[in-house]
Design a protein. Structure first.
Length: 277
């Protein structure tokens, strides 16, 4: 797409040069050519921007990402499935919206496997993301806290996430369990761990982390409010699709990042108003 746009820009330059050499009656034709070329450039830009309608589900293995994916897709829980080693990637109308009257837009959701060696898959989809939902296992949080913080840190410092100000929702899953930690506790601990990571990464040569943007404010303890993009922390249970839908779409999907088309904003508008009260 970028190469095509550059070629179109070359054509515009050639057209302008040609106009200067032509009699007045032919200039009108040239003006039409230039106008059409500009319209094509605008259309190409819109098509390029419309790709940014993907919501990425990320997080460690066993955090509940795949359950959330299927719950949103068809309302099933898919209990008993093994840890996914392949991404779940689909565009669909939310299961809770299928019976609604009128035109309901589909949304593109990618569930990225949380296994460490499959993290490059996350790097592939982040540049296309309009929003990221980072899922944390609130019940088994302490044992995976450091790994979760590192995974989240790598996401928050990606240039593609920071430059486009991609909103991130930290979803504390499984909070329906008695032994689950609260979102306040999880938020505080993640900030502490990320602060440690930030201090250690600062000692690394910038050449080794060329695709990484530094977080926080120098001399201050890190907190999510210091991020250039919006970071929100919420809690819920993956098997309660309405709760997750409320939290997820309210904080992430209503943020329309595509100027030409946004399934995100349309979905937010179509959700029952009662969910946001």
């Amino acid at each position: 797409m970028d190469e095509w746009i550059r070629q179109a820009e070359v054509w515009v330059g050639q057209a302008e040069s040609w106009i200067r050499q032509q009699p007045p009656e032919q200039i009108y034709v040239a003006a039409v050519v230039v106008a059409v070329t500009i319209l094509v450039l605008i259309a190409a830009s819109c098509l390029k921007s419309s790709k940014l309608n993907t919501i990425v589900l990320s997080g460690l293995s066993n955090s509940g990402k795949t359950t959330l994916f299927y719950q949103l897709q068809d309302g099933s829980s898919h209990q008993g499935t093994v840890t996914s080693m392949e991404e779940n990637n689909d565009t669909f109308v939310l299961s809770s919206e299928k019976e609604r009257k009128g035109k309901v837009r589909p949304v593109h959701i990618v569930d990225v496997p949380g296994h460490a060696r499959l993290k490059p898959k996350l790097d592939e989809v982040l540049p296309k993301a309009a929003g990221v939902v980072f899922v944390v296992d609130a019940q088994d949080f302490l044992s995976s806290m450091q790994a979760a913080a590192e995974y989240l840190y790598d996401t928050l410092t990606k240039a593609s996430v920071v430059k486009k100000k991609v909103p991130v929702l930290i979803f504390c899953n499984k909070t329906d369990k008695v032994t689950a930690h609260s979102k306040e506790f999880i938020k505080k601990q993640l900030e502490k761990e990320i602060n440690k990571l930030q201090e250690s990464r600062n000692a690394i040569s910038s050449a080794d982390i060329s695709d990484e943007v530094k977080l926080g404010v120098p001399g201050e303890a890190f907190n999510f409010s210091q991020c250039q993009n919006k970071v929100t922390v919420a809690e819920g249970a993956g098997l309660t699709v309405l709760i997750f839908g409320c939290l997820m779409w309210k904080t992430v999907m209503r943020m329309a990042l595509s100027p030409c088309f946004s399934a995100i904003s349309l979905l937010s508008e179509n959700l029952p108003a009662a969910l946001f009260q």
